[in-house]
Write a protein that binds this ligand. Structure first.
Ligand code: SAH
Length: 227
């Protein structure tokens, strides 16, 4: 799976993809993440990518030509399943959206800055708009990194068995059960006995019950979702 991320601050996206699971996914050739510097597509002398808003008001607006040039170039090279704009007014990212995107082949992600991007870029090119939550960040780079991480870890072969995504929170509308590791006794704080007994079916049952209890207590809305 390939991601092309278009950004005016590509440096912000170097570290998130250069470690751990995302780095391994790229080394294994399972995912390819290419970051494009929007400024390279600016045609004016100042290499500017933003301008004053029509109608006045505060904040600058990202202009159409650099985004259009970069998107058109990418589209001439391969077919894209989605062109996603990271935006606080988009649909809120959740595990279901990450699952849907994890079976796609090629995705472009646009990162906004300042007041946002000219509405016509959204009208002409964007197929999906995704928010990472009801708060406003200064740019789309961190949201893009969040989205790519959530999606890539779901692609078969990326996670090893020990870190399988199947039991993660939200995957089955349940939060994850609590987890423990050694030592079994930390200053009197003990690991639940059931986990030490080695009875796998009983442990699975306990984990499921714990997941239901935790979901009831913290996110009852998830339990009612399927009804
Ligand atoms: N004026 C805009 C916010 C602009 S913030 C509004 O009120 O909707 C600048 C850019 O940061 C946005 O264009 C978007 O790409 C990114 N961004 C900020 N918050 C975000 C969020 N919660 N989810 C996804 N992208 C976000």
């Amino acid at each position: 799976m390939r991601f092309d991320i278009i950004s005016v601050l590509p440096g912000l996206l170097e570290s998130p993809f250069a470690h751990s699971i995302l780095q391994r996914a790229q080394k294994k050739g399972i995912s390819e993440i290419v970051v494009h510097n929007l400024r390279d597509y600016a045609t004016n002398k100042q290499k500017s990518v933003d301008d004053y808003p029509y109608g006045g008001g505060s904040g600058m607006v990202m202009t159409i030509p650099p985004f259009a040039a970069c998107i058109e170039k990418l589209k001439s090279e391969r077919e894209y399943d989605e062109i996603i704009f990271m935006s606080p007014d988009g649909e809120t990212l959740n595990q279901a959206i990450a699952n849907q995107l994890s079976i796609k082949k090629n995705i472009i992600i646009l990162c906004g800055h300042y007041k946002g991007i000219d509405q016509r870029i959204r009208d002409i090119y964007v197929t999906r708009e995704i928010s990472i939550g009801d708060y406003v960040l200064s740019g789309g780079e961190l949201p893009a990194a969040v989205l790519v991480d959530a999606v890539v870890r779901l692609i078969p072969g990326v996670l090893s068995d020990e870190t399988s995504a199947l039991s993660d929170s939200f995957q089955d509308d349940l939060l994850d059960a609590p987890v423990y590791t050694r030592p079994a006794d930390w200053n009197g704080h003990k690991v639940p006995d059931i986990l030490l007994g080695g009875n796998t079916p009983e442990i699975e049952k306990w984990r499921h019950e714990q997941a239901i209890e935790r979901t009831k207590a913290r996110r009852p809305d998830l339990l009612n979702r399927g009804e």
